[in-house]
Design a protein around this ligand. Structure first.
Ligand code: ATP
Ligand code: MG
Length: 387
């Protein structure tokens, strides 16, 4: 494919959330025009794009408008109907492809794909009917029952200890197709961002260590402080293997569990830039969003270089409600007085508990220095400094 050149081409994004907003910012910085498709009249990405097509993802008129106005189209939303990407692919450059996104949309299919690529995942069973429910190996308990589709930020997940709890949890989840995963003893969680170009070139970012609270990413540290080099190398090799096996084009993030017994297993993947890669906006030579723009436009993918030790703190809506229901504005002025702090707010109109409102990147010359400032920032914001 001939590259779509900055200053000439228009790039489209399906989805108007914060990932779309940061993609649009990166695309515009390079000189592309951007169009966002999102059904909501007000959205973080729609607010910054040159134009916003307000339509459902499967609306033929909206998709036709995207095809008319854009030279290439991507998605920021992993649950965008694969059919929308397929429809557009008949008319324009689309990356990632519908088939790759479809794999990531279904945990059961995704796990089968990991195994086919020779990458180990958590012991699990697929539950789509009563017979499969009754046949679950008790060794998978205690476990986590996860809906196969539409889960994010720990939603659609129930921890179960006994067969009776498992049956009740499946009822609570409306008996939709699910995957039961064995509850694993995690020593640490890590993720790897990889990008593959349409010419097959693959680049990767360094291993990211992630701390989750209540199923939602809270802190990312790069370099990963607790993970030895051989485990990091295995995670990078597995991520590159998966992206090759998918014939994927664009940025993809793979999450891993590093277990108490030293094994590394893959958790899941996201067919897009990822929350755990937000540090790249300030700590790397190329951000994950610019990398996605380059992959979509057919530009060269540079090998990313980490130039600063980085910590990212996720900023959830809870920060706006430290005491009761009266919203405050967090003390950004005091936080930004700390050295190496970079604030990214997503322009969401209203703060709500559990809602991703922004993130704070902290960069420094050494990991210890970055962590020390990140802890100071956490204390100022009323977040746990438990990393
Ligand atoms: P997101 O898409 O936002 O990353 P999700 O809703 O898809 O999240 P998972 O990544 O499956 O959810 O799980 C969320 C978190 O729950 C994990 O990061 C991990 O902390 C914990 N968790 C999930 N599965 C297991 C498991 N099998 N054993 C132990 N902990 C787990
Ligand atoms: Mg996850």
């Amino acid at each position: 494919m001939a590259a779509l050149l900055p200053g000439q081409a228009t790039l489209g994004v399906l989805g108007g959330g914060q990932l779309g907003r940061m993609f649009v910012h990166a695309a515009q910085a390079l000189g592309y025009r951007c169009v966002v498709l999102d059904p909501d009249a007000i959205s973080p990405a729609g607010a910054v794009a040159e134009s916003h097509v307000k339509a459902d993802y499967l609306d033929p008129v909206g998709l036709a408008q995207m095809a008319r106005d854009c030279d290439a189209i991507t998605t920021e939303f992993e649950n965008v109907p694969a059919l929308a990407l397929e429809t557009l692919a008949g008319m324009r450059v689309v990356a990632p492809a519908a088939a790759a996104v479809a794999v990531c949309q279904d945990r059961a299919v995704e796990k089968a794909h990991f195994e086919a690529a020779g990458v180990a995942c958590a012991p699990h069973a697929v539950i789509t009917n009563e017979i499969e429910l009754a046949g679950v190996d008790p060794a998978l308990l205690p476990g986590i029952l996860k809906t196969s589709r539409m889960g994010y930020d720990g939603k659609g997940q129930v921890r179960v200890r006994t067969p009776a709890e498992l049956a009740a949890a499946w009822d609570d989840l409306k008996r939709v197709p699910c995957v039961l995963e064995q509850l694993l003893p995690l020593r640490a969680e890590v993720s790897v961002l990889v990008a593959r170009g349409s010419d097959g070139q693959v680049v990767n970012y360094p291993v990211q260590q992630n701390l989750h609270r209540a199923g939602i990413l809270a802190v990312t540290e790069v370099p990963a402080p607790a993970v030895p080099a051989d485990v990091q190398a295995a995670a990078v090799a597995a991520a590159r293997q998966v992206v090759q096996a998918l014939g994927y084009v664009g940025v993809l993030c793979i999450e891993f569990f590093w277990l108490d017994d030293g094994r590394l297993v893959v958790n899941e993947m996201a067919p897009r830039p990822h929350n755990s890669g937000h540090w790249t906006m300030n700590g790397a030579s190329v951000s994950q969003f610019e990398m996605q723009v380059r992959a979509l436009a057919g530009l060269p993918l540079p090998e990313p270089r980490q130039h600063s030790a980085s910590v990212m703190l996720n900023l959830l809506g809870d920060l706006w409600f430290p005491a009761g229901d009266d919203a405050r504005t967090p003390p950004w002025d005091r936080v930004l007085a700390l050295p190496g702090t970079h604030l990214h707010l997503y322009g969401k109109a209203e703060a709500r508990r559990g809602r991703k409102m922004g993130h704070l990147n902290i960069t420094a010359d050494t990991p210890d220095a970055a962590r020390a400032v990140a802890r100071e920032a956490a204390v100022l914001l009323g977040l746990p400094a438990d990393f």
